[in-house]
Design a protein around this ligand. Sequence first.
Ligand code: FES
Length: 181
Amino acid sequence: MASGTIFPVRKKAAPSPGRTAAREVIGKYGGRKRAVIQVLQDLQERFRWLSVETLEAVALELDVPLAHVYSVATFYKSFSLEPRGRHICTVCMGTACHVRGGTAVLEHFERRLGIPAGQTSPGGEVTLERVNCLGACALAPLAVVDGRYYGQMNESKANEVLKPILAGRDAPPASDKGPVD
Ligand code: FES
């Protein structure tokens, strides 16, 4: 009989991208169990959404129950448990925006992007979302594209804002987040 183990040597599985990322981010917060929200925020920023694998990795690395991580991820509306596009368009349909033409704005975004609200384009380029009040009602009707706020939104303004996205380029930088236009 050949020397050595009778069991095949199993190669150690490489850590998944979610596990590696979770480890990195958790390290940034010193492994604090109470940093679940910040950890999830960072991971969502990196992956644009939170997969089951990512949630499991956070639970394992932080040594907290998966149910706890899952409950945080589902409690906050800012977390997405579904894949999101490279560009995120959000149209407000709160009361102030609704009475000032929010419905027409949303329909225009849907027409231009070719997807209904709540969906991501097949190639994963853009996600269109509707929300109830972004907290800047004085700017109604309001839309947010890649983190940049556009007040008094209308069809011609939407066309301008969406032009780079529809052309496959990057939208204006979102570094100056907040009501700007
Ligand atoms: S209702 Fe649209 S920002 Fe408040």
